[in-house]
Design a protein around this ligand. Structure first.
Ligand code: ZN
Length: 327
């Protein structure tokens, strides 16, 4: 779950009428902040060693260095920009092909120590901070690079025999030189769901680990051997005692912090809608009408997750208009 404080936007007093409504399924979520991309991943070139060597030697090639989930960004303008380095000045580290843009420029990532910032406005930032401020091209490149960087930093050894593994497929897999086994980036699917009751009120909860007033929709990891829809039903029941009927998929967003993929859903409560929280996980939970939510958010009684999160976008899709995120 996202937990970084974000700048607070002003809350519009009017919701856009065409978006307000209770009809299910809600509009599919599009333009999620970290689900944007412009660069072609060019997977077919990942095994073409001659092409990869030529691309690395091309002076136009740009390299994004990633270390512990951070990259260098120029934050000096309204739209932040990734600060690339040339291939020859890139540090040693696991190298991965990020793709080719529409101008034919090739992008690589390297998991290694961040270079020195070339200007005062350039600094090392995490995805949560930079993501909302980047163009589609840069948001996609950074999300891809951070996900692979996190994996290369962590999964360095063979799970079968313990030997150090080597990157293959231009950094999109690793191979054990001893037993030949191949290993692919780990992605943990997690579901996140906005539950509504018979009056189209939505269920918001505060995780037991969160400070007062911070709430979101319910979320949890999909377990082994379980579908995402089953995870929705199970988590909602475990955490709040509510049984849900129809479960509708809304969209997904990578959340490589370090390695999740968030699958967004809406679900309708059936039967008894009295909430019984699992106190180990959930400190409090209740149903909110749109007016309840507007009043609570405007007064500061509730703080919603930041706009970079799919949670925020799911809540807005139900509410029918923009809401401030203030974690
Ligand atoms: Zn091995």
């Amino acid at each position: 779950m996202p937990d970084e404080a974000q700048p607070t936007a002003s809350l519009p007093s009017l919701r856009s009428p065409e978006l307000t409504g209770s009809a299910l399924p809600g509009p599919a979520l599009t333009d999620l902040t970290l689900a944007r991309a412009e660069v072609d991943r060019s997977a077919h070139l990942r095994t073409d060693e001659a092409w990869l060597a030529a691309a690395w030697a091309d002076r136009r090639t740009r390299v994004l260095v990633v270390e512990h989930g951070r990259v260098l960004c120029d934050m000096g303008r309204e739209l932040a920009r990734l600060a690339f380095v040339s291939a020859e000045s890139a540090p040693d580290g696991a190298r991965f092909l990020l793709g080719i843009d529409h101008e034919g420029i090739v992008y690589f990532g390297v998991a290694g120590p961040l270079p020195e910032a070339p200007r005062e406005t350039v600094r090392a930032v995490p995805l949560r901070e930079a993501g909302p401020l980047l163009s589609d091209r840069d948001a996609g490149l950074m999300t891809h690079a951070v996900a692979l960087g996190n994996w290369h930093e962590t999964f360095t050894h063979c799970p079968r025999c313990g030997s150090p593994t080597d990157p293959i497929l231009s950094g999109h897999a690793r191979k054990c030189p001893v037993d030949g086994s191949e290993h692919f980036p780990r992605v943990d699917p997690a579901m996140i769901v906005l539950v509504t009751d018979h009056s189209d009120r939505c269920l918001l909860a505060r995780n037991a680990l969160w400070p007062e007033r911070r709430v979101s929709v319910l979320a949890g990891f999909v377990e082994a051997g379980e579908s995402a829809e089953q995870a929705v039903t199970r988590e909602v029941r475990e955490e709040t005692g509510i049984t849900v009927g129809s479960v509708t998929y809304l969209g997904s967003q990578p959340w490589p912090m370090p390695q999740s993929l968030m699958l967004g859903f809406r679900a309708e409560a059936v039967g008894d809608t009295e909430i019984q929280v699992d106190a180990d996980e959930i400190a409090e939970a209740r149903w909110y009408s749109r007016d309840d939510l507007q009043v609570a958010v405007e007064s500061g009684d509730l703080r919603l997750p930041p706009p970079v999160s799919i949670a925020h976008r799911i809540i807005e899709s139900w509410y029918g208009g923009p809401l401030p995120g203030s974690w």
